[in-house]
Design a protein around this ligand. Structure first.
Ligand SMILES: Nc1ncnc2c1ncn2[C@@H]1O[C@H](COP(=O)(O)OP(=O)(O)OP(=O)(O)O)[C@@H](O)[C@H]1O
Ligand SMILES: [Mg+2]
Length: 510
């Protein structure tokens, strides 16, 4: 937090005239600004539409200042060094007079010791003002801040004999960690709730805090906490991908840092529908014991909740506050599709959001591992595939003969059938060109048939269902060929460890 405060302080001293702080936490931001004002010996004013301009610790400055234009006049007229905090000013940007006036203010303030600071949960800057305003994303509270908050609450109830505080340092740390990603107000509420529920603060409250966080994150509408139960053993084939991921299992540990390993950035999984992309993403979370956050790329851009830019920032901010974690962007092409062409249709929003995502991906310092999945590479912007964005791009093809056998085995066993009782070689052979999801469907349909006739599942049930299914790969062969062609030179095959082949190839080249 101190870091953000220092950043704002620098901008104020460097005479940036208008700052735009994006945060839901007015109180926290204003408290921090008050500290800056005090340190720099400046007045502090806050403005809101309901009360007009008010000096900190003083009375209303002037009742007419509820009018936004008058408020801006007031800013210009003040002769002493001051910070002016404008709460929720962004709706007035739509008024061309206000917009123009802000530009005048921006110019006027540069030669003064005054700074205008807009604080709002939504980021909305009209194009005309883009160059006059500097945006600051106010980060969510860090562990240290939340720890202080918890201390405060504990202190309040310390003398109350009916409340037990039974948290050792370890438990405390876990409660605080569970609250990461919440605003200060949200965290305070949830700590209080945890206390009230059982008149105690103990390790059982970790669950309370986590459940509440899940709720809050879900409410944000863009991220979803995914409690993944999938395991690696449930993925048939994809050996190269699995071994790549296995190798990086401990890469987020302190020991890996000391050894000099960089934190893995992320991986892009491209491939045929129903072949285990989403399944792999879920399994990694279980395997690495890291929380999985699913980002709904579609809704980021749908604009149902807030602007797309805002949504992307909030999602990234949340993921970073929970780090180490996995951020899963499923069906990437749905959001970033046609970044180039849509720059005309949606005034460049998609391209801009995409650009900031790419930059974050490349420069992020927090351990957020990104797993992105996509079916259709033609819809993805080429910048995404450039070196340095993802650690690796994997291509997931239709399962091979051996892999199909494994997938049959997994799905039979999952439904309490003994795989050894079936001729997996034959099944796998007839199910040529079937995707994993289609094989699963064959098993399920077979079970329905058997259940209907009140008997056990037989190999014939499965074979019949294979024959009755036209795999997607047959109807969309051209798409598949194009994808394979693309992947041959640009992606690593998820099933075949290519290291051996690679050395061969090099020998030929020399
Ligand atoms: N390699 C596999 N091993 C075991 N099961 C698989 C495999 N591939 C797919 N399945 C089964 O098919 C289901 C659907 O697969 P998944 O959702 O991972 O496909 P996808 O590649 O994400 O497809 P889409 O492009 O349609 O999103 C899985 O939940 C799983 O039950
Ligand atoms: Mg999927």
């Amino acid at each position: 937090m101190a870091e953000t405060q220092a950043r704002i302080d620098v901008l104020i001293r460097a005479r940036y005239s208008i700052l735009y702080v994006v945060s839901w936490e007015e109180d926290r931001v204003e408290k921090s600004l008050a500290e800056i004002a005090k340190r720099r010996d400046k007045k502090l004013y806050t403005w809101s539409i309901t009360r007009g301009m008010i000096e900190a610790g003083g009375d209303q400055a002037d009742p007419t200042t509820t009018d936004p234009l008058r408020a801006l006049d007031y800013v210009m007229e003040e002769s002493e060094p001051a910070l002016f905090v404008l709460r929720d000013f962004d709706p007035f940007f739509d008024d061309p007079v206000v917009e123009r006036k802000l530009r005048d203010v921006a110019r006027g303030l540069r030669a003064s010791y005054k700074t205008l600071i807009i604080v709002s949960p939504v980021l909305k800057i009209p194009d005309h003002l883009a160059k006059d305003i500097t945006v600051i994303d106010y980060p969510l509270p860090e562990a240290e801040d939340l720890s202080k908050l918890l201390d405060g609450i504990v202190r309040q109830v310390e003398d109350n004999p009916s409340i037990r505080i039974e948290l050792d340092d370890d438990g405390r740390e876990q409660v605080v960690k569970a609250a990461l990603g919440l605003t200060a107000a949200e965290a305070e509420n949830v700590f209080a709730k945890a206390l009230v529920l059982n008149s105690a603060l103990d390790v059982s409250d970790i669950e309370v805090v986590l459940a509440e966080k899940e709720q809050i994150i879900r409410k944000s509408g863009i991220l979803e906490f995914y409690s993944a139960s999938e395991r690696f053993a449930e993925i048939g084939g994809l050996d190269a991908l699995k071994s790549w991921l296995r190798k990086r299992g401990n890469a987020f540990s302190e020991r890996a840092r000391e050894f000099g390993l960089p934190e893995p950035k992320g991986v892009l999984l491209i491939g045929v529908q129903g072949c285990g992309k989403s399944l792999s993403a879920k399994a990694v979370s279980g395997f690495w014991h890291l929380p999985l956050l699913r980002l709904d790329v579609g809704s980021v851009f749908a604009g149902v909740v807030g602007s797309s830019e805002q949504n992307m920032r909030r999602a990234i901010g949340l993921a970073e506050s929970i780090a180490p974690c996995i951020l899963w962007l499923d069906e990437l092409e749905k959001g970033f599709a046609g970044t180039q062409s849509s720059s005309f249709s949606d005034a460049g929003t998609t391209a801009r959001v995409f650009g900031s995502f790419i930059t974050w991906l490349q420069e992020k310092t927090k351990p957020v591992f990104v797993i992105a999945t996509a079916n259709d590479i033609t819809a993805l912007p080429p910048e995404l595939m450039r070196k340095g964005r993802f650690d690796e791009i994997f291509f997931i093809d239709l399962p091979s003969l051996e892999e199909r056998k494994e997938i049959f085995r997994i799905h039979l066993a999952k439904r309490d059938r003994d795989p050894a009782a079936f001729d997996l070689d034959e099944l796998s052979a007839v199910a040529e060109n079937f995707a994993g999801a289609e094989i699963e469907q064959v098993v399920v349909s077979g079970l329905y048939d058997a259940f209907d006739e009140d008997r056990g599942l037989t190999g014939e049930d499965l074979i019949r269902n294979v024959k009755n299914t036209v795999p997607l790969s047959a109807t969309r062969k051209e798409d598949l060929d194009a994808l394979r062609d693309w992947a041959r030179t640009r992606a690593r095959h998820a099933s075949i460890d290519s290291d051996a082949d690679e050395t061969d190839e090099r020998k030929i080249e020399f």
